[in-house]
Design a protein around this ligand. Structure first.
Ligand SMILES: [Zn+2]
Length: 165
């Protein structure tokens, strides 16, 4: 995303803010553009992982991992648990961090940084909700070969490695 006006005083910014910081010429406020933080959870059960089919754009209909954008001030662990409850109906316990990945989101290529936790369900009832159209448990040797986001193939490779498959 790019914006062209100072958020503090409304003056036009000379270059617009995309990826480099820029200072407003009128009120001297600095404007920064950062990667958007996201948290996802790989819920495991009997050697299978819970995947979600996206109900919304971008990449509607593609396979995804339950999770989403963090709210302001929210710890990624809390965000992962919140998103899992919203999207899958499951209460999950996080059992570890698989890794941190980079990608971009949507047509304007907004950069995002995504934390992937390993998790197990400890309550709730599985139901696709929110921006998820369907949920499916998939064996690690029978995963989709295309995902909503490019980095997710690497996530799946790392998940297999961490599960010794
Ligand atoms: Zn300004």
């Amino acid at each position: 995303m790019q914006y062209f006006f100072c958020a503090d005083c409304g003056a036009r910014l000379e270059q617009g803010v995309a990826f480099a910081p820029q200072r407003c010429a009128r009120c001297h406020t600095w404007h920064y553009h950062n990667s958007k933080p996201c948290a996802c959870a790989l819920v495991m059960q009997n050697g299978r992982v819970l995947l979600a089919r996206r109900a919304v754009e971008p990449r509607q209909g593609f396979w995804d991992v339950p999770g989403g954008f963090l709210e302001a001030g929210e710890h990624p662990e809390d965000g992962a648990r919140r998103e899992l409850l919203e999207e899958t109906g499951l209460t999950v316990r996080l059992t570890g961090l698989l890794g941190i990945y980079m990608d971009s989101y949507g047509a304007d290529g907004a950069p995002m940084v995504i934390m992937y936790y390993l998790a197990e369900a400890i309550g709730g009832a599985l139901r696709a909700m929110d921006d998820v159209a369907a949920l499916e448990w998939r064996a690690l040797d029978d995963l989709p070969n295309e995902f909503a986001f490019e980095h997710q193939l690497r996530v799946m490779q790392d998940l297999k490695k961490s599960s010794d498959i």
